[in-house]
Ligand binder design. Structure first.
Ligand SMILES: [Zn+2]
Length: 445
């Protein structure tokens, strides 16, 4: 028979090891700093992580790892995924996708606007950027440091060469008009010194030629797979999904593509083990405007099984122009500034199809101008998704060690890694990059 104390002690060890794994994943700090002492109070409370909005109604399990998976794998929003929809809603969505090819663009927008009506009243995830996962991580580290009386923890800075943030530009090619506009778009990106990834639909409404793929690669761009045929039904049925996933994988190999994004950002990460890709880009940070609601509540890459998820952390151009009717880059700028505060991944999805028009292209150029301007003040890493994938995988294998000559980072790719310190300042963490001696102050949490 076990005494209550035994059971308590075992629970504590489990919680401690879950917490250690959680902290190791984000900070890559030495294990010595991950021992947590029981404080008599749970290390954190779900309400500590509310982004200041009242009325959040999601249920949050206690285990921190489960808690974070609940958000990142969108288990809290399961009811929005296709196969979990209520029969009536599912029927309507089936009907919409059945008639969609015959609907004019205006008619589609009308339906889509009706669908998102009331979106601004949704309180969770937090609009326009949600960083609940980062808040949990930081709070757990802070609690752990306080419990162990440690005021400074060495860790591996999030981005190579001490960059404050990573910036990703991605273009999904929806149809023939977008396909024909790609050369021009590449020239626009290039004039701002931006390299983008292009996602092609293998069995869509345009023919992907080898010449086209070569043109992209010769220009230094990256090629990824965008769905199979873009009919919006990839995740509707498990058996059909597996059939399509096999074809998607074949195209991935044929095009030598390492990354994937599903059409319309429909997603079901629980099925991703059937996809043979290094990374995915289908999960929005906050999906109030997307057909599948939810959001992963993080601005950092994360592993979903073997696939690395590079979340989409800003709003799509289509939603901005056609659902909100907003022809300005204000929302993108606001989102960028919020992600800057969290040292996260600033990722954009801009469609060649929707920015061909002069007004839309002007807004896009305004965004690129803003990013270039920002890069004169902040150290930003403009990267391709494949480079971020490689970095994050390398970083996840690196270690901070002390072999008698102070803290050092070891592991593949560590020559680009930078040592940083997390410091406890009252009720919040501060990050300091060791080699740049610059202090990046966090928002109080
Ligand atoms: Zn698409």
């Amino acid at each position: 028979m076990h005494s209550d104390n035994d059971i308590d002690a075992r629970k504590r060890v489990n919680t401690d090891s879950a917490m250690s794994a959680l902290l190791r994943e984000r900070y890559r700090c030495p294990d010595d700093f991950l021992r947590t002492e029981p404080t008599g109070r749970p290390p954190f409370h779900p309400e500590d992580f509310n982004d200041g909005q009242a009325g959040s109604t999601i249920s949050l399990p206690f285990d921190p790892t489960e808690f974070i998976n609940n958000l990142r794998l969108e288990r809290y929003a399961k009811r929005y995924s296709w196969n979990e929809l209520r029969p009536g809603i599912r029927l309507l969505r089936d009907l919409y996708y059945f008639v969609r090819p015959w609907l004019s663009l205006d008619a589609r927008r009308h339906v889509q606007r009706a669908y998102i009506k009331g979106w601004e009243k949704i309180t969770f995830p937090t609009w326009p950027v949600d960083s609940t996962v980062e808040r949990i991580h930081d709070q757990v580290l802070l609690s752990s440091m306080k419990a162990s009386n440690i005021d400074r923890v060495p860790f591996i800075w999030f981005w190579p060469d001490g960059a404050r943030n990573a910036v990703l530009m991605t273009h999904d090619i929806e149809g023939p008009a977008g396909y024909d506009f790609c050369s021009e778009l590449m020239a626009v990106d290039k004039s701002f010194g931006i390299m983008a990834s292009f996602q092609v639909v293998p069995e869509g409404s345009y023919k992907v030629t080898d010449t086209f793929l070569q043109e992209l690669r010769d220009a230094g761009c990256e090629v990824n797979i965008h769905d199979l045929n873009h009919d919006g039904c990839l995740f509707r049925d498990r058996k059909e999904f597996l059939r399509r996933a096999a074809k998607i994988n074949q195209y991935g190999h044929r095009y030598n593509a390492q990354g994937f994004r599903a059409a319309v950002l429909y997603r079901n990460l629980d099925w991703y083990d059937a996809l043979d890709f290094s990374y995915d880009m289908s999960v929005p940070n906050v999906a109030h405007l997307d057909p599948q609601r939810g959001g992963c509540c993080t601005v950092m890459p994360y592993f979903a099984g073997d696939i690395l998820e590079l979340p989409l952390t800003t709003s799509q151009d289509y939603m901005l122009f056609h659902l909100l009717g907003d022809y300005s880059s204000d929302l993108w700028k606001t989102q960028t500034k919020a992600i800057l505060q969290r040292n996260g991944l600033i990722s954009f999805l801009i469609h060649p199809d929707y920015i061909r028009e002069k007004r839309a292209l002007g807004v896009y150029c305004d965004l690129l101008n803003f990013l270039r301007e920002l890069a004169t003040q902040e150290r930003l890493w403009f990267a391709l998704p494949g480079e971020v994938d490689q970095w994050w995988r390398d970083r996840s294998q690196m270690q901070v060690v002390n072999r008698g000559r102070g803290w050092q980072i070891e592991g593949p790719g560590s020559e680009r890694a930078v040592l940083a310190f997390a410091t406890a300042e009252d009720d919040h963490l501060q990050f300091e990059i060791a080699s740049h001696a610059c202090l990046i102050e966090r928002e109080g949490s």
